[in-house]
Every structure is written in C-alpha cells, then in structure tokens.
Ligand binder design. Structure first.
Ligand code: HEC
Length: 97
C-alpha cells in the first residue's frame, strides 16, 4: 500500500515537472496533452523526418515558444499530419535543458 502511495506521489511530481511553465499562446487548446507513447512517437518522427534537409537540431536549442513557430514552418515541409505535428512538438518541448 505504501509503495502505491509513493508511486502516485512520484507520478504526480513527474507529471507536474514535465508541464511547460508558460503555455505558448499559439498552442492549440483543442488537443489534450500527449501520452508518453505519443511523445515517444514524436521522437521517432523527429529523428526520421527532420534531418532530410538539414542536420537534426537539438530540441534544447530553442524554447517551447520558438518551437511553436518552427513547427508551424517545418511540419508542412516534413509533410506531417496535424497529430504528428503535435507529437513532435510535445517531444521537443519535453526534452529538458
Ligand atoms: C523539406 C526540407 C525540410 C524538412 C523536411 C525540415 N526542414 Fe527544418 N529547415 C528547412 C530549411 C530550408 C531551413 C532553413 C530556412 C528556414 O528557416 O526556413 C530549416 C530550418 C530549421 C530550423 C532552424 C530554425 C531557426 O530559427 O534557426 C529548425 C529548428 C528546423 N528546421 C527544424 C525542423 C524540424 C523539427 C523538422 C521536422 C518536423 C524539419 N525541420 C524538417 C528545411 C526542412
């Protein structure tokens, strides 16, 4: 029982610390937060689709606000769907500096 409690506290701390401090205004409110699975997919898409035209940029090179604009420009170039666009965005901003 105690372990479950500890796990719950840990999970909530982890979840809270992963939430970006300032939510970018341009972020679409329609989509709920991505699951860990979707973020993992975002990483795969990022690593496979975002190095075709240039070297892979580091997620930590830009702020979450900058990534909004970058992804708006790059998602169409990489021919991502709206969902993939969201997952890649959620992945890059989930990487801690
Ligand atoms: C079809 C080619 C192409 C693809 C695919 C592509 N990019 Fe780019 N990217 C560019 C070009 C060209 C530039 C530089 C000119 C510009 O800023 O538009 C650039 C610039 C960038 C920059 C630098 C922006 C800055 O302000 O310095 C980042 C970051 C970036 N891309 C990320 C991505 C990500 C993430 C993906 C995958 C979703 C991606 N790119 C896919 C062509 C592409």
């Amino acid at each position: 029982m105690k372990n479950i409690f500890v796990a719950a506290v840990f999970a909530s701390v982890l979840f809270t610390s992963c939430t970006p401090k300032s939510t970018p205004v341009a972020e679409a409110p329609k989509s709920a937060a991505s699951t860990a699975e979707q973020i993992a997919q975002g990483k795969t898409i990022f690593e496979n689709s975002c190095n075709r035209c240039h070297k892979l940029y580091e997620p930590t090179q830009f702020t979450s606000v900058q990534w909004v604009g970058i992804m708006n420009a790059m998602a169409p170039k990489a021919k991502l769907t709206d969902e993939q666009h969201q997952w890649v965005y959620d992945y890059v901003v989930s990487v801690k500096k």
